[in-house]
Design a protein around this ligand. Structure first.
Ligand SMILES: C[S@@+](CC[C@H](N)C(=O)[O-])C[C@H]1O[C@@H](n2cnc3c(N)ncnc32)[C@H](O)[C@@H]1O
Length: 227
């Protein structure tokens, strides 16, 4: 895990021009402004950029959680001057049903098996409040044979329906390149997992690439609520 995550960390520090940063994060902030949760959990916060550069504008209690020690350290450093922000290395310290909103961006594709997906969604379900909202942003599973402004995905779309298929993701930005293995969860699998974990899908948003002329959609957001 740590080898892959280290790659993610290096790459994600470079991803300044892609639609996750330019479109997904601002849209999440806009949605949170409308929703007005009292507490936010960013599940798989990575280096903490969403909390530091976007969600901090809400001035609410926010918690970042990541499974990787290096990410925890980096997010702690990056968010050290951000008010009302805590980075935690484990979920047991968090009170159940205490978060009005949970964001999780580019994390689902790290989960390698259905039990791993269900375990993580189960944690989110435990921690989110009854009237809370889950915002799960993933690379769009329907276009995993496309190249975008700062990354390309390499799944044979002939295998689209096969849940959990590993595929190569290549990231490139500002002279940096990295590749790693992600896992493919088609729409049917994500919706079934959410249902089994106790969520109802409310909305799906699909985002364009930042470069004109790209095909398909690099990122999608699933908005779900506890049922
Ligand atoms: C591609 S990075 C995205 C980081 C951040 N969400 C962002 O968009 O900048 C994926 C992150 O998910 C974390 N992650 C993977 N599996 C996780 C899990 N089961 N629980 C918490 N974090 C996890 C990784 O350690 C990594 O920091």
């Amino acid at each position: 895990m740590s080898g892959e995550v280290k790659s993610c960390f290096g790459a994600y520090n470079q991803q300044t021009t892609e639609s996750r940063i330019k479109l997904v994060f601002p849209d999440l902030l806009a949605r949170l402004r409308v929703q007005k949760p009292r507490r936010l959990l960013d599940y798989g916060c990575g280096p903490g950029f969403f909390l530091r550069d976007h969600a901090s504008a809400l001035n609410i209690d926010q918690v970042g959680y990541d499974v990787c020690d290096e990410m925890i350290q980096t997010a702690t450093t990056n968010c050290k001057d951000v008010p009302k922000t805590t980075i935690v290395p484990n979920l047991e310290v968090l009170e159940p049903a205490s978060f009005g909103a949970v964001t999780t961006t580019a994390v689902w594709m790290c989960w390698k098996s259905e039990p791993e997906c269900l375990e993580n969604l189960g944690w989110i379900r435990r921690l989110i409040s009854f009237h809370g909202v889950l915002y799960a942003a993933v690379t769009h599973p329907c276009f995993r044979d496309q190249a975008y402004s700062t990354f390309s995905m390499h799944l044979d779309q002939g295998r689209y329906l096969e849940a959990g298929t590993p595929y190569e993701a290549r990231l490139f930005d500002q002279g940096q390149k990295v590749s790693f293995t992600d896992h493919h969860w088609p729409l049917w699998a994500m919706s079934a997992q959410l249902k089994r974990a106790g969520f109802r899908i409310e909305e799906i948003q699909e985002y364009p690439d930042t470069a004109p002329g790209s095909k398909g959609s690099p990122w999608m957001l699933i908005v779900a609520t506890p049922k």
